[in-house]
Ligand binder design. Structure first.
Ligand code: TUI
Length: 319
């Protein structure tokens, strides 16, 4: 067992959160993660509020354990999804891709634990002041919408800057990553890509196969020219996207090109025309297994690594 402040804050057994991936983190996956003692987080994505409400209710039929909902703040439905989370008394809300500032008060007044995802020290500081319960510091190794600082330097800087618990995300998919995150001062980890290859994840099998095939250099970043960098598997669509950016295509053209691409990857497994969002940790993911097994293997490996590290220590008088 590895027990941290995060386990007490969220009432979970293992300090592992499952990233709330749009189109990927559905009720089946998130319920399985929560049942296994982590925190399952539904991916709100760009989905309309009624869909999110339905997912919350479906998840509750599968587990009575704590869970979360992720709200990307650029979604046109973000405010309406916040209302749904309040009405449904969701235990935890995570936010991404923006500053949740004013929404924090509303969520907290409803008794919801609020954990924003940040990619910078400045926003972490601001959100601690605004009342966030914890912070997820997400490095640019992550899949999906990303910032520009890597996990290894970002996490300890956020840990030093705030007093609330910090969760590390980006590039973590095994027990070595969890042990490293704890060494940086984090109280736990959030993993997305690893959980795409959970048995309970309902994405198209091609998505899982492509992640398992991926190596260390299999992802790339597109959309940076538009100010919305997104990391995904290197495929015909992501290459084409960057070509369009380099040619100076208009924002409208590029957005039209990308619309629906995440759904085409997750639901249809369309390698030519889909955006297979994934982090650099794709190279660490080599199998499909139940969410429970993923979590238990990571905890066991992290314990082994941490014991190994403790045994490296010698008193200075020993030779
Ligand atoms: O939110 C994410 N990752 C996401 S959201 C998403 S949905 C999507 N669908 C289609 C196209 C594009 C995206 C896919 N991946 N991660 C959390 C995250 N948040 N990473 C970085 C940030 C972030 C960046 C800037 C958070 C705050 C921020 O602040 C800006 C400000 O206003 O200060």
């Amino acid at each position: 067992m590895i027990h941290t402040r995060l386990c007490d804050l969220l009432n979970i057994r293992h300090p592992i959160l499952q990233g709330g991936m749009a189109w990927v983190a559905t009720a089946e996956l998130s319920a399985a993660v929560s049942e296994a003692g982590g925190l399952g987080i539904l991916g709100g994505g760009n989905a309309p509020p009624d869909y999110v409400r339905d997912q919350i209710r479906q998840l509750r039929r599968l587990t009575d354990k704590p869970f979360g909902v992720n709200i990307p703040l650029f979604s046109e439905y973000a405010d309406a999804v916040i209302d749904v989370c309040i009405e449904e008394r969701v235990p935890v809300v995570t936010t991404g891709a923006g500053n949740p500032g004013p929404a924090i008060k509303r969520l907290k007044e409803a008794g919801i634990i609020v954990i924003p995802v940040v990619a910078s020290v400045a926003l972490a500081r601001r959100l601690e002041k605004a009342g966030a319960d914890a912070i997820i510091a997400e490095g640019m190794e992550s899949g999906g919408h990303i910032g520009d600082v890597a996990t290894l330097p970002l996490v300890p800087q956020v840990v030093s800057a705030v007093d609330i618990p910090v969760i590390a995300a980006g590039g973590i998919a095994d027990g070595r990553g969890l042990a490293a995150a704890l060494a940086l001062g984090a109280v736990g980890v959030q993993m997305g890509t690893r959980f795409i290859c959970a048995e309970e994840c309902t994405v198209h099998p091609e998505y899982k196969r492509r992640i398992i095939e991926a190596g260390d250099r299999s992802t790339m970043v597109s959309g940076a020219a538009l100010g919305h960098p997104v990391r995904s598997l290197r495929n015909p669509l992501s290459r084409k996207f960057v070509e369009l950016e380099q040619k100076g295509a208009s924002e409208a053209e590029i957005i039209a090109f990308g619309t629906g691409a995440l759904r085409r990857a997750a639901r249809e497994g369309d390698w030519e025309n889909g955006t297979f969002m994934a982090g650099q940790s794709a190279g660490l993911v080599n199998d499909i297994k139940p969410a429970r097994q993923i979590i238990e293997d990571i905890i066991a490996e992290a314990e082994q690594v941490l014991r190994y590290c403790v045994n490296l220590i010698r008193d200075s008088q020993d030779s």
